[in-house]
Ligand binder design. Structure first.
Ligand SMILES: Cc1cc2nc3c(=O)[nH]c(=O)nc-3n(C[C@H](O)[C@H](O)[C@H](O)COP(=O)(O)OP(=O)(O)OC[C@H]3O[C@@H](n4cnc5c(N)ncnc54)[C@H](O)[C@@H]3O)c2cc1C
Length: 399
């Protein structure tokens, strides 16, 4: 837990500096962001907006210009890689790095998986050619069938056709990780629902055994809202010691809580999710402490907007005399959110990286709807954004 020491008092101020946190935003942009978060904070308005947007798209009404000037501008970096790179450069001027993701959700078929594979391979080449980029990312279900991942996770026997499809999926993972290794680009594998995650963990471990011999190139994601994940991290440590590999971990709380609890209730099994938010917080912080205590084997990517967890990580780093800019530690936030965390950590020498989703406006709508819904349900996050923007607008008025 956080220790309320005089030392931490100083850190508490670190993320509160709104002048630095919003250094890239004009007054107009700040007011627009305020208006947007205000709407998003209201569940009824978010639902109305979501339904109106879906209907307008179906009816082919020309409403994309509204999306572009509002949620798209707030949460996406552009429509193409080149357009997004301008945002990358802007952030980099303030020492904030980026990783780009083509956030278009494809169909569940082999053709779509091959297309997504191509996108990821392109993104690795794109990163390799630009020295201000280090990481790229992919979502396993963009390149593999969730049905087969589920069957493998449930340890059910696959028939011949399914075996062939699973082998193809593993080969796609291999192509990505092999190119990432060859080009020296770190690759983050997103975590998904618990009922397909075991298969993903198995495949990613296979990739780590192959490509993480000299350093962590392949990073798996550990969702700490799952009560079994500390055990998982400990098992990775034993494997890393035995097999002489390095482990890359993106630590998050987890994005699918409602789906997870609903499914567990419906099918009458114990939910894999911690029993309360407090337990998830403790689990996340314990995971961070465990990784930071084993930095000879682990590289750590913290994917959180929770300021208490960030102060906790900083506190552990200080107590272990780990430098702020240790190359094995990264702090990740989503584009359009928690800029106070990103810019203030970067100013203090920590390695900071923003997740930049991009893609044609029409095709990233599902991502944008998810962003709005998540901000609606994570009340604390949205009210914190609103409070910070208000503080900064007031500060600008008086200076
Ligand atoms: C850079 C980055 C990458 C990410 N990548 C992934 C990914 O690959 N896969 C993925 O699933 N998510 C991913 N996420 C999303 C992440 O898992 C969280 O949903 C999101 O960041 C909110 O959590 P938080 O730690 O920022 O903050 P908080 O607002 O402190 O935590 C909210 C989270 O706490 C948990 N929680 C809330 N209520 C309860 C409850 N009653 N009981 C138990 N737990 C509860 C949930 O996980 C919820 O999302 C990523 C986030 C970031 C910033």
């Amino acid at each position: 837990m956080i220790r309320f020491t005089a030392k931490l008092g100083i850190y508490f101020m670190l993320l509160d500096n709104t002048e630095n946190g919003f250094i890239l935003k004009s007054n107009f942009e700040l007011k627009k962001a305020y208006f947007l978060f205000k709407i998003i904070s209201n569940r009824a308005l978010t639902n109305i907006g979501k339904n109106a947007l879906e209907l307008s798209l179906k009816l082919k009404l020309p409403i994309l210009f509204i999306v572009k000037g509002t949620v798209f501008e707030q949460f996406c970096s552009g429509e193409t890689l080149d357009e997004s790179f301008k945002t990358v450069q802007k952030l980099y001027e303030k020492n904030v790095k980026s990783y780009l993701h083509y956030s278009v959700e494809g169909l569940e078929n082999e053709e779509s998986y091959d297309l997504s594979l191509k996108e990821v391979l392109n993104s690795i080449d794109f990163v390799a050619k630009r020295n201000i980029l280090d990481f790229t990312v992919f979502k396993p279900t963009a390149i593999a069938s969730s049905k087969i991942l589920q069957k493998v996770s449930e340890k059910k026997e696959l028939d011949e056709d399914e075996k062939e499809l699973f082998d193809k999926a593993v080969e796609r993972f291999n192509e990505i990780c092999s190119l990432a290794h060859k080009r020296d680009v770190k690759i983050l594998v997103d975590a998904e629902e618990s009922w397909i995650q075991d298969a993903i963990d198995q495949i990613v471990l296979k990739m780590m055994l192959k490509y993480n011999k000299e350093k962590a190139i392949v990073y798996n994601t550990s969702q700490m809202y799952r009560h079994d994940r500390l055990k998982y991290l400990k098992s990775l440590k034993e494997i890393a010691k035995k097999e002489e590999i390095f482990v890359g971990i993106k630590l998050v709380r987890g994005a699918y809580i409602e789906k997870e609890n609903k499914r567990a209730l419906k099918n009458n099994y114990k939910s894999p999710i911690c029993g309360s938010k407090d337990l998830t917080d403790i689990n996340f912080n314990s995971g961070a402490e465990f990784i930071l205590s084993n930095l000879t084997l682990f590289s750590f990517f913290s994917g959180t907007h929770n300021e208490k967890s960030i102060y906790k990580i900083i506190d552990i780093m200080k107590s272990k005399k780990i430098n702020n800019n240790d190359s094995k530690i990264w702090f990740g936030q989503l584009y359009g959110m928690s800029d106070n965390i990103s810019f203030n950590l970067a100013k203090n020498g920590f390695n900071v990286i923003k997740y930049l989703p991009f893609g044609p406006i029409k095709k990233v709508v599902p991502y944008l709807i998810r962003r709005a819904e998540e901000n609606t349900s994570v009340k604390g996050q949205t009210s914190r954004e609103l409070e910070l923007i208000k503080t900064e607008l007031k500060r600008r008025k008086t200076t």
